[in-house]
Design a protein around this ligand. Sequence first.
Ligand code: ADP
Ligand code: MG
Length: 352
Amino acid sequence: MVAPMRPSSGRATPRGEYRLWKRNTDSMTQTLPDYAVEVRGLTKYYKTKERLSAKPALDDVNLAIPRGSLFGLLGPNGAGKSTLINILAGLVIKTSGTAKVWGIDIDVDARNARAAIGVVPQELNIDPFFTPRQLLNLQAGLYAVPRKEREVMEVLRALRLEDKAEAYARTLSGGMRRRLLVAKALVHRPPVLVLDEPTAGVDVELRRQLWDYVVQLNRQGVTVLLTTHYLEEAEELCDYIAIINHGRLVAHDEKRALLRRLDAKTVHIALTAEISSLPEALGPYSAELTAPDCITVHYPPSRARISDILDAVRGAGLEIKDLSTEETDLEDIFLQLTGNAVAAGGKASDAA
Ligand code: ADP
Ligand code: MG
């Protein structure tokens, strides 16, 4: 795969509005912001039938996305993920609070804040009568990127769409359209790339490819914010995770710290014989008989040792046939924080 682009190239002499942005990116490179995105007290009430909805779509959200991170915003449908992203992208008007993209306040300098971000929307909204090359040129034009600085073919190549450059968008497969939207988000070379549920309804192969590319971009210095309701995805890819539910942020931490926070492990102990009650020695632990020949114990690994648990079982004269342990994963954290098993999606619904 062709090497991905750098976030903002500092080449040639730009004109007009682009210069504004360019000047900004130049100052950006001198004083890089600590946070690629910074949101304070962000609140959104949508207007429905000329009235503000009773419930906010975003409720006093504070979020700080470190520059260079691969940040996952996790939450069930309707949590407010797209609302947040669309506010950052200048597509939805916030009710109150502040938001900065690449250090630029969206109220103070909307144009440059918008130029610092590229958004891959949730919906595959592509005009079917344009070719990928035309679409990217249009997009570059919208951002006032001068013609000779446009790198339309490079971007198409990076997303392996170069042989489709002149094809009508309507003839592209779903996967190609998704990649075209990524290309569109990148054509003005924003330092912040946002992907809104990019893998919803996408097959495994494309998902892999997309993630490989996103990880590459991130390694090149692009800050990536992605929303997903697939827990495994965030767990695998992201180094920071925030969890949102009903418009409220319920967690916001480094992934590892988030996992650590839930100090709980589970061990399933299969026995060679059936028993009717738990050994008394397991009293101090949270144990249950999940089958006549299986004991399940929940314990905090920082304070209890598995060897003590096994000793307690053996001490009661029971023979152990098999053992399996469960690590904490994001699903546990998510369920604990939101108390919302059905909406958790991903693994939760698979397991149901
Ligand atoms: P998510 O992207 O996490 O699924 P959204 O941000 O799309 O969530 O939606 C958050 C809430 O705001 C939901 O209750 C949704 O119904 C509502 N909402 C989203 N867009 C609009 C809109 N344009 N008008 C009215 N309500 C909306
Ligand atoms: Mg959404």
